[in-house]
Design a protein around this ligand. Structure first.
Ligand SMILES: Cc1cc2nc3c(=O)[nH]c(=O)nc-3n(C[C@H](O)[C@H](O)[C@H](O)COP(=O)(O)O)c2cc1C
Length: 216
């Protein structure tokens, strides 16, 4: 196998191996070394104009983990051995408007679009690095923003973007069906395709708090 194919195979395996895990082992530990590697992966993510408007809050205190879990309406931030709150700096992200040489890159785009894209790129780097280290993870962004903001002392210039929990699975996560990419691929122009929305039923079945599929 050629070098490119070998590295593709490795990456592809990691991408496919990663699953959202919602049941973590008790008395589990994520080492400081692994935490460092996961944070380094966030550092190397692409970022619009390289502004890097993200901050990472490591949740350590049990009471704080409980507050964040309550805000998420699910208990993984409490039950996982490690959780990280990702926070976006709106002021920094908005600066893309002033420093860019053309008028299509606006302050608004920085604040309303690039900041989320930056976060997604950094988070996926973190999740895949965890997978490579045999560490499971869960990305949560459905939370009560006001409660998180208050609990973590987040200033007005910043917004909470995600809580990521890391640990080792205590049971096998389910593998949600993924749509066929051919059905979402277009050439040159957007072409209207008959969407089969039957799979929405399976999206509805995901019981986020306990990580099991609901039978409706
Ligand atoms: C932006 C975003 C927000 C998410 N928020 C939550 C969440 O609040 N709670 C949760 O349990 N899972 C959350 N997830 C995980 C998705 O439910 C999960 O990725 C999806 O069901 C596909 O499963 P997979 O990650 O195993 O491929 C989120 C994922 C993304 C990308």
């Amino acid at each position: 196998m050629g070098k490119a194919m070998a590295s593709y195979k490795l990456l592809s395996e990691l991408i496919r191996k990663r699953r959202s895990v919602r049941s973590f082992q008790q008395n589990d530990v994520i080492s400081r070394h692994s935490l460092g590697l996961i944070l380094e992966a966030a550092k190397h993510a692409p970022s619009a104009r390289n502004l890097q408007p993200l901050e990472f809050i490591i949740l350590k205190d049990e009471k704080q983990k409980e507050r964040i879990a309550d805000a998420c309406r699910q208990n993984q931030p409490k039950t996982a051995p490690l959780s990280i709150l990702v926070v976006g700096n709106l002021e920094l992200a908005g600066k893309v408007g002033e420093i860019s040489s053309h008028d299509i890159t606006t302050k608004e785009k920085g604040e309303k679009m690039f900041i989320y894209m930056d976060a997604a790129a950094a988070i996926q780097n973190m999740l895949l690095t965890a997978t490579a280290l045999d560490i499971d993870s869960l990305w949560m962004s459905s939370f009560d923003d006001a409660t998180i903001t208050k609990a973590a002392n987040i200033p007005k210039s910043h917004i909470p973007l995600a809580v990521i929990s890391f640990g080792h699975r205590s049971k096998q996560p389910f593998s949600p069906a993924k749509l066929n990419i051919g059905e979402r691929t277009h050439y040159d122009y957007f072409s209207k395709k008959e969407a089969d929305l039957a799979y929405l039923e399976t999206c509805r079945q995901i019981n986020e708090p306990n990580g099991e599929l609901k039978t409706i």
